[in-house]
Design a protein around this ligand. Sequence first.
Ligand code: HEM
Length: 225
Amino acid sequence: MTARASQLSGSSDRPPASRPAGVLPAVGYWMAAGFAVSLALAAIVLAVAGAGEHGTALALRVTARWCFLLFWPAYAGSALTRFCGPRFAVLTRQGRAFGLAFAAALGVHVGLVLRLMAVAADQRTPMLLFWAGVACTYALALLSLPRLRDWLGPRAWRIACEAAMQYIALVFAVDFIVEPLQANGPDKYPLTYLPFVIMLVGGALLRIAAQLRRQRTAGGVQQNP
Ligand code: HEM
């Protein structure tokens, strides 16, 4: 997550000294918007499908997809810009904002999980894999604080960010790929998952390719100082 690392450093999002008191920094608006859309989606689904087990599970699926749309630019934005040119530079510039908006939106998903545990007795299993994903998300949000980054040092900080980011991608992969395959088998894999799978796998491949290219460039610079 080296490319992403520079996004999370957030130097461009540090509150300027001249910002008037009480005005949210731009990233605060992104978080508020991420959370508000997630909440509105959940409210609409619960209103239409009912607030019982079925409606809550549906709302979980809908909010998870919204969360993914916010996570993806944070995950793959820099790598996409590296390969597809400056057209996508906005994704790189706003990577930290997308990541924090994702963390805010995930709050609604977690709220729905707690609701599902209250209404459905068989949903009270620990599901540690997913809770660890939540922990990684909020750890990443903390790691975006410049003071914590400075305290950790660039190497440890980059490794921590990369690990957290890849773990969250793994949780999405379990939900979009592994669980539907287990539930339906390869023949009846629901096609509605495909766009998300293509984005997820494509994002992971782009990140690997960007990392390889960076290593090759760094190697070339060392050979020809
Ligand atoms: C980073 C954290 C998380 C991510 C990335 C995530 C991702 C997802 C995704 C992609 C779906 C949609 C699955 C589908 O459409 O089939 C989903 C649904 C769901 N998630 Fe999460 N989730 C997270 C945290 C959690 C946690 C902590 C729990 C509970 C312990 C949980 C429980 C559920 C449940 C019960 C569903 C509905 C499954 C269904 O009925 O089809 N999630 N989540």
